[in-house]
Unconditional design. Structure first.
Length: 252
C-alpha cells in the first residue's frame, strides 16, 4: 500500500502503511521492556488528577501488566473512572499532525450507551499535567465521539447521541485517531479495526456551536492514553502496541 500523505481531506480515509514507517513514527511501545506492576518506562503519568504522582493511587492506576497482551506477554493496564488513569508523552515542538494507534481491550463497550456522559481513551493535550486544555476521543453522550475543552464542545450532534456503532467489551480492538491540524480546516478521523467510526470535518459538526477552523491549534503538546470517565464508569482498560506517528500506520 502507498504511504499516506496526511492530507486527509473532508471525509478522508487515508490509507495506512502496511508496517510502521520509521521516518513517520515519533515513538512506539509494546511494553515488553517494562517492569510488571510499575509505570511504563519513558512515559509520564496522570493518575487521580496528579501529574507524576503516586501510581497506583488507591484503586486508580496505569501500570505494566502481564495479565493480558495483544502481542508478546505485556501491556499497560489502566484502572480508573471519575479519577483519570493515563500515561502521557510529550510531542516534538512544531508538531501539527499526529496519528495515535493502539490495540485496546476494555471491560465496557464503547458506543450505544444511552444516558452516558463523557469518557475517553485517547487525548491530545495543550497543557502539560492538566486536563483543562485537551481534545478527548472516546464516547460522548453515549456515542463514539470527541470532546474539546475548555469550550466543552462535543461532536457528533445530538441526533446521534446514544447510538452505534457499538464496539464490544472484552475483546482487542485496534483504534486509530488522526488529529490533522496541518490544513486550513482542522479535522479528526477515528477508525476501529480499520472501519471509520467518527469524523469531524466541518465547523457545523459540533453540538454547542461552530468551532473555529483552527480548533486544534495549541493542542499538540502531549499525547494521552488511558481511561477517564465523566460518567463515573470505573472499568479496566489494557493497551498494547502503541504507535504515535505523522502518517497513518497499519495496526501491528
Amino acid at each position: 500500500m502507498p504511504p499516506d500523505t496526511g492530507a486527509g481531506g473532508s471525509g478522508g480515509n487515508p490509507t495506512p502503511n502496511p508496517s510502521p514507517n520509521g521516518a513517520d513514527v515519533l515513538f512506539s511501545d509494546d511494553f515488553e521492556a517494562g517492569t510488571v506492576g510499575q509505570g511504563p518506562d519513558g512515559w509520564d503519568n496522570f493518575v487521580g488528577w496528579v501529574a507524576n504522582g503516586e501510581n497506583p493511587q488507591g484503586n486508580t492506576s496505569a501500570l505494566v501488566s502481564s495479565e493480558r497482551a495483544k502481542s508478546g506477554s505485556q501491556s499497560v493496564h489502566f484502572s480508573g473512572g471519575q479519577n483519570p488513569a493515563q500515561i502521557v508523552r510529550a510531542l516534538p515542538q512544531g508538531t501539527n499532525k499526529v496519528y495515535l494507534t493502539a490495540w485496546v481491550y476494555m471491560t465496557r463497550q464503547l458506543g450505544e450507551n444511552p444516558g452516558a456522559n463523557h469518557e475517553h481513551i485517547f487525548a491530545l493535550r495543550g497543557e502539560p499535567g492538566s486536563a483543562n486544555n485537551e481534545v478527548r476521543f472516546g464516547e460522548i453522550k453515549g456515542v463514539i465521539g470527541t470532546n474539546e475543552v475548555p469550550s466543552d464542545n462535543i461532536s457528533p450532534l445530538m441526533d446521534r447521541w446514544g447510538t452505534g456503532p457499538a464496539l464490544p467489551a472484552d475483546t482487542w480492538i485496534c483504534f486509530e485517531v488522526a488529529f490533522l491540524g496541518d490544513q486550513a480546516q482542522h479535522e479528526l478521523h477515528a477508525w476501529a479495526d480499520g472501519e471509520l467510526v467518527h469524523s469531524i470535518t466541518a465547523p457545523d459538526e459540533w453540538q454547542n456551536g461552530a468551532m473555529p477552523a483552527n480548533w486544534l491549534d495549541g493542542k499538540f503538546v502531549e499525547v494521552v492514553f488511558g481511561w477517564h470517565s465523566f460518567s463515573s464508569n470505573d472499568i479496566d482498560v489494557w493497551m498494547d502496541d502503541i504507535i504515535v506517528s505523522t502518517s497513518r500506520q497499519a495496526c501491528p
